[in-house]
Ligand binder design. Structure first.
Ligand code: UDP
Length: 245
Protein backbone atom coordinates (compact mmCIF):
# COMPACT_ATOMS: atom_id res chain seq x y z
CA UNK A 1 0.00 0.00 0.00
CA UNK A 2 3.03 2.27 0.44
CA UNK A 3 6.04 3.14 -1.71
CA UNK A 4 9.30 3.83 0.07
CA UNK A 5 10.75 7.09 -1.25
CA UNK A 6 13.83 8.22 0.67
CA UNK A 7 12.43 6.56 3.78
CA UNK A 8 8.99 8.15 3.42
CA UNK A 9 5.99 5.81 3.30
CA UNK A 10 4.03 7.27 0.39
CA UNK A 11 0.50 5.98 -0.27
CA UNK A 12 0.57 4.26 -3.67
CA UNK A 13 -3.04 3.28 -4.40
CA UNK A 14 -6.04 5.11 -5.84
CA UNK A 15 -7.75 8.24 -4.53
CA UNK A 16 -10.89 6.21 -3.75
CA UNK A 17 -8.85 3.77 -1.64
CA UNK A 18 -7.29 6.72 0.16
CA UNK A 19 -10.71 8.11 1.09
CA UNK A 20 -11.75 4.66 2.39
CA UNK A 21 -8.60 4.42 4.48
CA UNK A 22 -8.97 7.94 5.87
CA UNK A 23 -12.51 7.25 7.08
CA UNK A 24 -11.45 3.97 8.67
CA UNK A 25 -9.20 5.94 11.06
CA UNK A 26 -10.30 7.85 14.15
CA UNK A 27 -7.74 10.60 13.66
CA UNK A 28 -5.59 11.17 10.64
CA UNK A 29 -3.59 13.92 8.95
CA UNK A 30 -3.26 13.84 5.17
CA UNK A 31 0.07 15.23 3.96
CA UNK A 32 0.28 16.43 0.36
CA UNK A 33 3.67 14.92 -0.38
CA UNK A 34 5.06 17.21 -3.03
CA UNK A 35 8.87 17.58 -3.28
CA UNK A 36 8.86 20.86 -1.32
CA UNK A 37 6.98 19.38 1.65
CA UNK A 38 9.07 16.19 1.59
CA UNK A 39 12.33 18.19 1.47
CA UNK A 40 11.12 20.19 4.49
CA UNK A 41 10.72 16.91 6.35
CA UNK A 42 14.21 15.80 5.37
CA UNK A 43 15.77 18.78 7.08
CA UNK A 44 13.72 18.28 10.24
CA UNK A 45 13.79 14.83 11.87
CA UNK A 46 10.69 15.50 14.03
CA UNK A 47 8.67 16.45 10.97
CA UNK A 48 10.01 13.40 9.11
CA UNK A 49 9.05 11.04 11.94
CA UNK A 50 5.55 12.52 12.28
CA UNK A 51 4.95 12.27 8.52
CA UNK A 52 5.78 8.55 8.75
CA UNK A 53 3.74 7.90 11.91
CA UNK A 54 0.48 5.91 11.94
CA UNK A 55 -1.80 8.92 12.29
CA UNK A 56 -0.33 10.55 9.17
CA UNK A 57 -0.62 9.54 5.54
CA UNK A 58 1.51 10.97 2.75
CA UNK A 59 -0.09 11.22 -0.68
CA UNK A 60 1.88 11.51 -3.95
CA UNK A 61 0.92 15.08 -4.80
CA UNK A 62 2.69 16.31 -7.89
CA UNK A 63 4.62 15.01 -10.83
CA UNK A 64 7.92 15.31 -8.91
CA UNK A 65 6.80 12.70 -6.39
CA UNK A 66 5.31 10.42 -9.05
CA UNK A 67 8.57 10.48 -11.07
CA UNK A 68 10.59 9.96 -7.87
CA UNK A 69 8.53 6.88 -7.01
CA UNK A 70 9.36 5.42 -10.44
CA UNK A 71 13.06 6.17 -10.01
CA UNK A 72 12.97 4.55 -6.57
CA UNK A 73 11.55 1.44 -8.27
CA UNK A 74 8.31 1.73 -6.29
CA UNK A 75 5.78 3.39 -8.61
CA UNK A 76 2.49 4.79 -7.33
CA UNK A 77 -0.82 3.96 -9.01
CA UNK A 78 -1.76 7.59 -9.62
CA UNK A 79 -0.93 11.16 -8.70
CA UNK A 80 -3.27 12.32 -5.93
CA UNK A 81 -3.59 16.10 -5.83
CA UNK A 82 -4.26 17.53 -2.38
CA UNK A 83 -6.85 19.95 -3.77
CA UNK A 84 -8.82 17.05 -5.28
CA UNK A 85 -8.80 15.23 -1.94
CA UNK A 86 -10.01 18.44 -0.26
CA UNK A 87 -12.82 18.71 -2.83
CA UNK A 88 -13.84 15.10 -2.27
CA UNK A 89 -13.85 15.60 1.51
CA UNK A 90 -16.06 18.68 1.05
CA UNK A 91 -18.38 16.67 -1.18
CA UNK A 92 -18.66 13.91 1.44
CA UNK A 93 -19.18 16.49 4.21
CA UNK A 94 -22.04 17.93 2.19
CA UNK A 95 -23.62 14.49 1.79
CA UNK A 96 -23.02 13.12 5.25
CA UNK A 97 -23.15 16.22 7.43
CA UNK A 98 -19.52 16.38 8.61
CA UNK A 99 -18.55 19.76 10.04
CA UNK A 100 -15.69 21.62 8.37
CA UNK A 101 -13.33 24.29 9.77
CA UNK A 102 -11.17 26.43 7.48
CA UNK A 103 -7.99 28.02 8.87
CA UNK A 104 -5.63 30.10 6.76
CA UNK A 105 -5.11 32.65 3.95
CA UNK A 106 -6.05 36.34 4.15
CA UNK A 107 -9.44 37.48 5.51
CA UNK A 108 -10.70 38.38 2.04
CA UNK A 109 -9.64 35.01 0.57
CA UNK A 110 -11.04 32.91 3.42
CA UNK A 111 -14.42 34.65 3.17
CA UNK A 112 -14.56 34.22 -0.62
CA UNK A 113 -13.40 30.61 -0.25
CA UNK A 114 -16.14 29.92 2.31
CA UNK A 115 -18.92 31.45 0.22
CA UNK A 116 -17.80 29.65 -2.96
CA UNK A 117 -17.75 26.33 -1.08
CA UNK A 118 -21.25 27.03 0.26
CA UNK A 119 -22.44 27.88 -3.27
CA UNK A 120 -21.04 24.63 -4.59
CA UNK A 121 -22.10 22.41 -1.67
CA UNK A 122 -25.48 23.72 -0.55
CA UNK A 123 -25.86 21.60 2.61
CA UNK A 124 -22.32 21.91 3.90
CA UNK A 125 -21.74 22.93 7.51
CA UNK A 126 -18.72 25.26 7.64
CA UNK A 127 -18.64 25.44 11.41
CA UNK A 128 -15.79 27.93 11.64
CA UNK A 129 -13.22 29.86 9.67
CA UNK A 130 -10.27 32.06 10.58
CA UNK A 131 -7.65 33.86 8.51
CA UNK A 132 -4.06 32.63 8.69
CA UNK A 133 -2.37 35.89 9.69
CA UNK A 134 -2.39 35.58 13.47
CA UNK A 135 0.17 36.26 16.19
CA UNK A 136 1.68 33.48 18.29
CA UNK A 137 -0.26 34.68 21.34
CA UNK A 138 -3.56 34.27 19.45
CA UNK A 139 -2.92 30.58 18.88
CA UNK A 140 -4.70 29.35 22.05
CA UNK A 141 -7.81 31.31 21.16
CA UNK A 142 -7.82 29.76 17.67
CA UNK A 143 -7.37 26.25 19.04
CA UNK A 144 -10.28 26.90 21.46
CA UNK A 145 -12.45 28.13 18.59
CA UNK A 146 -11.75 24.93 16.63
CA UNK A 147 -12.56 22.82 19.71
CA UNK A 148 -15.84 24.63 20.36
CA UNK A 149 -16.84 24.30 16.69
CA UNK A 150 -16.75 20.49 17.03
CA UNK A 151 -15.34 20.28 13.51
CA UNK A 152 -14.81 16.82 12.02
CA UNK A 153 -12.48 18.07 9.33
CA UNK A 154 -9.85 20.81 9.64
CA UNK A 155 -8.21 22.31 6.56
CA UNK A 156 -5.13 24.46 7.25
CA UNK A 157 -3.63 26.80 4.63
CA UNK A 158 -0.61 28.57 6.13
CA UNK A 159 2.11 27.51 3.66
CA UNK A 160 4.61 24.74 4.36
CA UNK A 161 5.98 23.90 6.93
CA UNK A 162 3.91 26.30 9.08
CA UNK A 163 0.64 24.48 8.33
CA UNK A 164 2.11 21.03 9.07
CA UNK A 165 3.66 22.34 12.31
CA UNK A 166 0.35 23.87 13.41
CA UNK A 167 -1.36 20.51 13.01
CA UNK A 168 1.46 18.55 14.69
CA UNK A 169 1.42 20.91 17.69
CA UNK A 170 -2.34 20.86 18.15
CA UNK A 171 -3.69 17.59 16.79
CA UNK A 172 -3.62 15.74 20.12
CA UNK A 173 -5.81 18.35 21.87
CA UNK A 174 -8.27 18.87 19.01
CA UNK A 175 -11.38 16.75 18.46
CA UNK A 176 -11.29 16.69 14.65
CA UNK A 177 -11.00 13.37 12.82
CA UNK A 178 -9.36 14.54 9.61
CA UNK A 179 -6.59 17.16 9.40
CA UNK A 180 -5.20 18.41 6.15
CA UNK A 181 -2.63 21.10 5.32
CA UNK A 182 -3.73 22.48 1.94
CA UNK A 183 -1.24 25.19 0.89
CA UNK A 184 -2.72 27.47 -1.77
CA UNK A 185 -6.02 25.56 -2.11
CA UNK A 186 -8.10 28.28 -0.40
CA UNK A 187 -6.78 30.70 -3.05
CA UNK A 188 -8.12 28.34 -5.72
CA UNK A 189 -11.52 27.88 -4.04
CA UNK A 190 -11.70 31.67 -3.59
CA UNK A 191 -11.17 32.11 -7.34
CA UNK A 192 -7.97 34.14 -6.85
CA UNK A 193 -6.02 31.60 -8.92
CA UNK A 194 -7.25 28.85 -11.22
CA UNK A 195 -5.99 25.32 -11.47
CA UNK A 196 -4.13 24.53 -14.68
CA UNK A 197 -6.18 23.40 -17.70
CA UNK A 198 -7.00 19.67 -17.54
CA UNK A 199 -4.60 18.81 -20.37
CA UNK A 200 -1.67 20.39 -18.49
CA UNK A 201 -2.64 18.52 -15.30
CA UNK A 202 -2.77 15.28 -17.31
CA UNK A 203 0.65 15.94 -18.84
CA UNK A 204 2.15 16.63 -15.40
CA UNK A 205 2.69 20.31 -16.22
CA UNK A 206 0.62 21.93 -13.48
CA UNK A 207 3.83 23.33 -11.93
CA UNK A 208 4.56 25.20 -15.21
CA UNK A 209 1.10 26.78 -15.19
CA UNK A 210 1.49 27.87 -11.56
CA UNK A 211 4.83 29.54 -12.27
CA UNK A 212 3.41 31.25 -15.34
CA UNK A 213 0.48 32.63 -13.30
CA UNK A 214 2.53 33.39 -10.16
CA UNK A 215 6.14 34.04 -11.28
CA UNK A 216 7.34 34.43 -7.66
CA UNK A 217 7.06 30.63 -7.50
CA UNK A 218 10.08 30.25 -9.79
CA UNK A 219 12.41 30.31 -6.76
CA UNK A 220 10.59 27.28 -5.31
CA UNK A 221 10.56 25.34 -8.57
CA UNK A 222 14.14 24.09 -8.06
CA UNK A 223 12.86 21.84 -5.26
CA UNK A 224 11.32 19.43 -7.81
CA UNK A 225 14.56 18.52 -9.68
CA UNK A 226 16.48 18.66 -6.39
CA UNK A 227 14.21 16.04 -4.83
CA UNK A 228 14.23 13.84 -7.95
CA UNK A 229 18.05 14.05 -8.06
CA UNK A 230 18.38 12.97 -4.41
CA UNK A 231 16.07 10.00 -5.12
CA UNK A 232 18.25 9.10 -8.11
CA UNK A 233 21.43 9.32 -6.00
CA UNK A 234 19.78 7.11 -3.42
CA UNK A 235 18.82 4.57 -6.08
CA UNK A 236 22.40 4.27 -7.27
CA UNK A 237 23.65 4.05 -3.70
CA UNK A 238 25.21 7.50 -3.36
CA UNK A 239 22.73 8.91 -0.82
CA UNK A 240 21.58 7.17 2.32
CA UNK A 241 17.89 7.58 3.10
CA UNK A 242 16.70 8.46 6.58
CA UNK A 243 15.20 5.85 8.90
CA UNK A 244 12.16 6.77 10.93
CA UNK A 245 11.91 5.92 14.64
N1 UDP B 1 -0.60 31.98 4.53
C1 UDP B 1 -1.21 32.26 5.74
N2 UDP B 1 -0.44 32.67 6.78
C2 UDP B 1 0.90 32.80 6.69
C3 UDP B 1 1.53 32.47 5.46
C4 UDP B 1 0.75 32.04 4.40
O1 UDP B 1 -2.42 32.14 5.86
O2 UDP B 1 1.52 33.19 7.68
C5 UDP B 1 -1.43 31.50 3.41
C6 UDP B 1 -1.28 32.27 2.12
O3 UDP B 1 -2.12 33.43 2.15
C7 UDP B 1 -1.74 31.23 1.09
C8 UDP B 1 -1.29 29.91 1.74
O4 UDP B 1 -1.03 30.19 3.09
O5 UDP B 1 -3.14 31.27 0.99
C9 UDP B 1 0.02 29.34 1.20
O6 UDP B 1 -0.08 29.03 -0.05
P1 UDP B 1 1.15 28.59 -0.95
O7 UDP B 1 0.81 29.09 -2.31
O8 UDP B 1 2.46 28.98 -0.38
O9 UDP B 1 1.05 27.03 -0.86
P2 UDP B 1 1.38 25.89 -1.90
O10 UDP B 1 0.09 25.57 -2.58
O11 UDP B 1 2.44 26.41 -2.82
O12 UDP B 1 1.85 24.79 -1.02
Amino acid sequence: MFSNILGYKVFNQSKNKLIELVFAKKKICIISGNPEVLLNGMSNKDLFDRFNSDDFIIIPDGVGTVVSAKIAGQPVQEKIAGIEVMDELLNLSNEKGYKVYLLGASEDIIQRCKSNIINKYKNIDICGCRNGYFKVDEMNEIVEDIKVSKANILFVALGSPKQENFIIENMSQLPCNIYMPVGGSFDVFAGKVNRAPKIMIKLGLEWLYRVWKEPFRIKRLGKIPKFIFIVFLNRIGLFKKAESK
